[in-house]
Design a protein around this ligand. Structure first.
Ligand code: ATP
Ligand code: MG
Length: 316
């Protein structure tokens, strides 16, 4: 990190250091990452599956020498999984242990008989207050990713992955964390970040995220890369493939993406395809090679049928 506390010197520095980790970022990606760092804002990365959203967060973590804290979003994700929860089992054990050590106090709470009753009750209440303070302390707190990221004093990248899969209510939770970098726990007070994590949120855009959430973030729309960049990415991941084969694969993948498919092939699938044809020892992507390995890039029977007819595979 530089002396001003920024992770990157300029846009070229972002590009260069991401490249060192194996992530090839174009100018737009590098610029947004640079700005997110300078402005201290969370970065929302939206785009189709397999275009390198999650990978960007991982590459960034390596590039700045941070640790990655990941919150994987899913339907039903709640505060207890995202932020914190109290360790009920441990609390219960502590209460039970306390009760066996001081049975008269518990009897007081339960209601003692006769003249001792009032004294017993007040002693019981005092003990209960102590117990309450005891069991709602740090020792019984189970920290989940959002709280963990806020409280770390070391460099941290917080990845809130697939945000659109979580229920809308979770966005409310994220708002406090992302705008003030703090978490309020009623029993403990407000815990503020001593060192802001670099936050990346990803979304496949299966639903619109709230305006309030978007307003707090910088936005990067990540789409399929240019042919030249995709070829470079494939070659960086499968160098043995060779220029010519990488070029053919990317060309076919791009023509597949132009078709009306249920699921267009992603960069991840282009890379898989490269590994497949390499493993099979193909040195040219002729019709037979494409047809026999199409399952690596197209995973719906109807998509395969459409591709075979539109690419006129097996026509001769
Ligand atoms: N710019 C890039 N440079 C290098 N590799 C890349 C790049 N973009 C994508 N990849 C490769 O593509 C793979 C898939 O990327 P990733 O898992 O990040 O996709 P995603 O956008 O998070 O998809 P999903 O929405 O399905 O989670 C990565 O493992 C990585 O190898
Ligand atoms: Mg992902």
């Amino acid at each position: 990190m530089s002396s001003q506390g920024y992770a990157f010197a300029d846009v070229a520095d972002v590009q260069e250091r991401l490249r060192e980790t194996g992530y090839l970022a174009d100018e737009a990606i590098a610029t947004t990452v640079f700005l997110a760092d300078r402005l201290g804002k969370p970065l929302l990365v939206e785009g189709p599956a397999g275009v390198g959203k999650t990978e960007l967060a991982k590459a960034l973590t390596t590039a700045v020498g941070a640790e990655l804290i990941r919150l994987q979003c899913y339907e039903g994700l709640d505060e207890a999984r995202a932020l914190y929860e109290w360790n009920y089992k441990k609390q219960l054990l502590r209460i039970q242990a306390g009760a066996s050590l001081a049975p008269e106090a518990v009897a007081g709470v339960a209601g003692a008989a006769g003249a001792d009753r009032a004294a017993g009750e007040s002693a019981g209440l005092a003990t209960w207050r102590e117990t309450h303070d005891d069991i709602f302390s740090e020792e019984f707190l189970l920290s989940r990713p959002l709280l963990t990221a806020i409280r770390r004093s070391e460099p941290t990248v917080l990845l809130i992955d697939e945000t659109d899969k979580a229920d809308v209510e979770v966005e409310g939770l994220l708002l406090e964390v992302l705008s003030d970098f703090q978490v309020t726990i009623p029993e403990l007070g407000t815990l503020k970040a001593t060192r802001r994590p670099f936050v990346i949120l990803t979304s496949n855009a299966t639903r619109e995220l709230s305006e309030a959430l978007k307003r707090r973030c910088l936005y990067l729309n990540l789409d399929y890369p240019s042919a030249a960049r995709e070829k470079e990415i494939v070659l960086s991941r499968v160098p043995e493939l060779g220029e010519r084969m990488a070029e053919s694969l990317v060309r076919i993948v791009r023509s597949l993406r132009a078709m009306e498919l249920k699921k267009a092939p992603s960069i991840a699938e282009t890379i898989d395809w490269g590994q497949t044809v390499l493993a099979l020892g193909f040195d040219t992507m002729d019709d037979a090679a494409v047809t026999s390995t199409l399952g690596v890039v197209l995973k719906h029977a109807s998509d395969q049928a459409r591709a075979i007819s539109q690419l006129k595979l097996g026509a001769n």
